[in-house]
Ligand binder design. Structure first.
Ligand code: TYD
Length: 140
């Protein structure tokens, strides 16, 4: 499958006025799922690589509400690198893609919305296992 058909770049509206910006993300309206979980990542320095897993059940929307980071998305056949660098930009990721988050700016706050409650068992943390499950061709 073409990886560009799997992830989606979302652009959220700005409801701000002279008092400042306001961005709203409503589950199943502005993003493709109902939100069950919110977490955020900050204080990761530029050398750190996070993520390094795929999820059997979880879909995510990633938003750099402050600063910037990069996300490498890999479907087992091809990869794309997406830079998150605007608070109104979201990256939707479906299930069963491998993701690495890296190149965090010092002020990076990466907000993540998920369609699931946390369940460590649905994570695939071994790349070879991921490749096997998706029948992929890539090697690391
Ligand atoms: P981890 O998945 O390694 O974070 P990342 O993908 O951002 O690199 O998670 C770090 C720890 O936090 C790990 O012990 C699992 C735990 N955790 C939860 O308990 N709930 C959650 O929703 C998440 C994302 C992680």
């Amino acid at each position: 499958m073409n990886i560009k058909d799997q992830y989606k770049i979302l652009e959220f509206g700005d409801l701000g006025d002279e008092r400042g910006k306001l961005v709203v993300v409503e589950g199943a309206q502005d993003i493709p799922f109902e939100i069950k979980r919110v977490f955020y990542i900050y204080g990761s320095d530029s050398q750190v690589v996070r993520g390094q897993h795929a999820n059997r059940n979880s879909e995510f929307v990633l938003i750099n509400v402050s600063g910037s980071s990069k996300v490498r998305v890999d479907n087992g056949f091809e990869e794309e690198i997406i830079e998150l660098n605007r608070p109104r930009m979201g990256l939707y990721l479906p299930t069963m893609v491998w993701k690495d988050m890296y190149d965090f700016s010092e002020d990076s706050v990466l907000l993540v919305l998920a369609n699931t409650h946390y369940d460590g068992h649905e994570y695939i943390r071994d790349y070879d296992e991921f490749i096997k499950e998706v029948g992929g061709t890539r090697r690391r």
